[in-house]
Design a protein around this ligand. Sequence first.
Ligand code: ZN
Length: 232
Amino acid sequence: MARKCIPIETQSQALLQSRRRCAICFGLNFDTKLKRGQIAHIDQDHANATLENLVFLCLEHHDEYDGKTSQSKGLTKAEIKEFKDELCSYIENAKRSPWPDNPELEKAHEEIERPYLSLEVYEKKIRIYRVVREFLGSVIAEATTTVEALFQFAQETDEALFLFDKEVSEYIRELYKKGVRLRSVNKRLDNPRLPIGEERNQLADEDCELLEWFAEQLEVMRVMFYKYIALK
Ligand SMILES: [Zn+2]
């Protein structure tokens, strides 16, 4: 297959943007180490060489994603895009902290006290964000939730109170409560002994409302977390 060349300037922008950190390594393992790698096309269309469509990947992930095995690995375009965006904001956020292999920043490091603190907190915050996103994703996909999922969600967001302010912890509590309600509404609707009639109709309406509410939360929570996680 003939490869269209990526313009040199776009290439350097893509490299600069990623600081040669692999988006998949970061997205899956929070691995921010400098990698040998290549630029891949997010949509796998080699003719589409816009900066938005380019992502730096380590050699291993480049083969997996750009190669024939990408589908079997199950990583979607949307995920790669998200990983890339997250990596970019991570890098933005980390600019004041040293990358160990960047001499210029190492110099700046000497002037900053406790340079790793902000990165640590950032990673913890991103983890909570992911838990919330995953929970929402599963509720939306399954159109319900389970006791196990709710329990796990509560457990994994426990630290949010210390990492964010009241707004976020109250929001997480609201997600949890609505999740509990959704599950109970579904349980009752699933009961074959609940006759067709007023009560069943009301529950079905509530079920719809709850699912619509959950569907909107992907955007709501993104905006909310952005305030707390993006570089200020
Ligand atoms: Zn990688």
